[in-house]
Design a protein around this ligand. Structure first.
Ligand code: KIV
Length: 386
C-alpha cells in the first residue's frame, strides 16, 4: 500500500465518522481482486476474516483456519486495498494460548500489510498486550464463532436486557484495555444500539441492526457466492455464483461445439511469415495427413514381429562389416530385444515408424505408374522443392 496515499482511511477518519454520525462501511475480502473491487466501491474498511475457511477453503467452520491461510490472504488484500483500512482476523488458537503468541501473530498481520487485527471474545489481557505492542485491535463480541459450541451454536446473543448488559460490561473492559474498535455480531438492534451509545470507540455490527456506527457484511453473502446457508441479516445484491456457473457451462459447451476459440481469439501471423517459415511445416502437415489417410484407407498395421525382424536386419547389416555373422546369429534375438527396450522406448518407435513409412510408400507405389528418368542434381533439387 503506498504510504503517501492521501485518501487512505485512517483511525482518525473512522473516529470522526462516529462523532459525525456518518455510517462506516466494511466488507470482507480474501484476495487481491476482491480487495480491489471493495476499494473501488469505496468501502471504509476491509476485514480479512477467518470466514475464508468456509467461503473459500470449503471447511464447515472457521476452526481449522491457520495463520498461514490468513497471512496469504492478508498479503493479497493489502496489495489490492490502496485506500480502505484493513483488519486481519486472528484465527482460532492464534491468540488464546499466551500474550506472547497473540502479540507475535498480531505482528505478523501488520507485517503482511494490515492496519489492525481482530480478536474474538472478551480477551482483555490479550487485547492489552497487543495494544501495548502498538497494534490496533478490533474486539469481536456477541456471536463469536470460535466459541460457538460454548454458546450452544450459532445463536443470536444479547436477547435479554441482562445479556446485553453483560456484553456492554465486556465491551467497556475491552475499551479500557485499549481496544480501538468493537464489532458486534448477531444481536438485536436495541442491544447493539445500547452498547454503541455507551462506548467512545467506533462500534460496528454484522447482523446487529442499523443503530451501530457501521456495517460489516461477508462479501460472499452479499454477491451470492456462498450457498451453504443464508442468515436472516444477509441481503444479496447480486447472484455472482449463478453468473459464473452459467459462464462456465457456456464455455464447456462452446469448446465441445467448436465455437470457441474462434477468429477473434486467434493470434495473427503475417502472410509473408507464413510463406517464409511455415512452408516446411505445411509440407510436413500435408505428408502427415496423406499418410494418416493411406493408413486408415488401407488398414495398414505394423505387427510386433515385423518390428523385431527389422531390428534384427539392421543389427545384422551393422555387424556384417566385422564378419561376425555366425556368432551374431546365435545372439541376435537378445541383441534385438536389448536394442528395442532401451532408450525409453524410442528405439522401438523409430523402427515401428520406419516399418510403417515403408508400408505407406509401398502402398503409394502400388497405386501409381512409375516412370524412371535420369536427372541432374539441380533438376532433382527443383523437383523436390515443388
Ligand atoms: O471471519 C469473519 O468474516 C468474521 C465476521 C463474521 C465478523 O469474523
Amino acid at each position: 500500500m503506498p504510504a503517501d496515499n492521501k485518501d487512505k482511511v485512517t483511525i482518525l477518519k473512522l473516529r470522526k465518522q462516529k462523532q459525525n454520525k456518518v455510517k462506516t462501511v466494511g466488507v470482507t475480502a480474501y484476495d487481491y481482486p476482491q480487495a480491489l473491487m471493495a476499494d473501488n466501491a469505496g468501502v471504509d474498511w476491509i476485514l480479512v476474516g477467518d470466514s475464508l475457511g468456509m467461503t473459500t477453503l470449503g471447511y464447515k467452520s472457521t476452526i481449522p483456519v491457520t495463520m498461514d491461510d490468513m497471512l496469504r490472504s492478508a498479503r493479497a488484500v493489502a496489495r489490492g486495498a490502496n485506500r480502505a483500512f484493513t483488519v486481519g482476523d486472528l484465527p482460532y488458537m492464534s491468540y488464546q494460548v499466551s500474550n506472547e503468541e497473540a502479540v507475535r501473530n498480531a505482528g505478523d498481520f501488520i507485517q503482511a500489510g494490515m492496519d489492525a487485527v481482530k480478536v474474538e471474545g472478551c480477551m482483555v489481557e490479550r487485547v492489552k498486550a497487543i495494544c501495548d505492542a502498538g497494534i490496533m485491535v478490533m474486539s469481536h463480541l456477541g456471536l463469536t464463532p470460535h466459541t460457538r459450541a460454548k454458546l450452544g451454536g450459532y445463536r443470536v446473543q444479547g436477547k435479554t436486557a441482562d445479556q446485553a448488559k453483560v456484553i456492554l460490561d465486556q465491551a467497556l473492559s475491552l475499551q479500557d484495555a485499549g481496544c480501538t474498535f468493537l464489532l458486534l455480531e448477531g444481536m438485536p438492534r436495541e442491544s447493539a444500539e445500547m452498547i454503541a451509545n455507551n462506548l467512545e470507540i467506533p462500534v460496528y455490527g454484522i447482523g446487529a441492526g442499523d443503530k451501530v456506527d457501521g456495517q460489516l457484511v461477508i462479501m460472499h453473502d452479499l454477491v451470492g457466492l456462498f450457498w451453504e446457508f443464508k442468515s436472516k441479516f444477509v441481503k444479496r445484491y447480486c447472484e455472482a455464483g449463478q453468473m459464473i456457473q452459467s459462464a462456465l457451462t457456456d464455455y464447456v459447451n462452446e469448446v465441445r461445439d467448436l465455437k470457441f476459440p474462434s477468429d477473434e481469439n486467434f493470434y495473427e501471423i503475417k502472410e509473408e511469415e507464413l510463406e517464409k517459415n511455415f512452408s516446411d511445416y505445411i509440407d510436413d502437415l500435408k505428408w502427415t495427413l496423406i499418410t494418416q489417410r493411406i493408413e486408415s484407407d488401407h488398414k495398414l498395421k505394423v505387427e510386433n514381429d515385423e518390428v523385431i525382424s527389422t531390428a534384427k536386419n539392421m543389427i545384422r547389416s551393422q555387424f556384417a562389416a566385422y564378419g561376425m555373422s555366425e556368432e551374431l546369429e546365435k545372439q541376435l534375438d537378445s541383441y534385438a530385444q536389448n536394442y528395442l527396450t532401451s532408450n525409453n522406448g524410442e528405439n522401438y518407435m523409430q523402427i515401428y515408424n520406419a516399418v510403417k513409412t515403408e508400408k505407406i510408400i509401398e502402398t503409394i507405389r502400388n497405386q501409381m505408374d512409375i516412370t524412371y528418368k535420369k536427372v541432374k542434381p539441380d533438376e532433382f533439387s527443383k523437383i523436390v522443392a515443388n
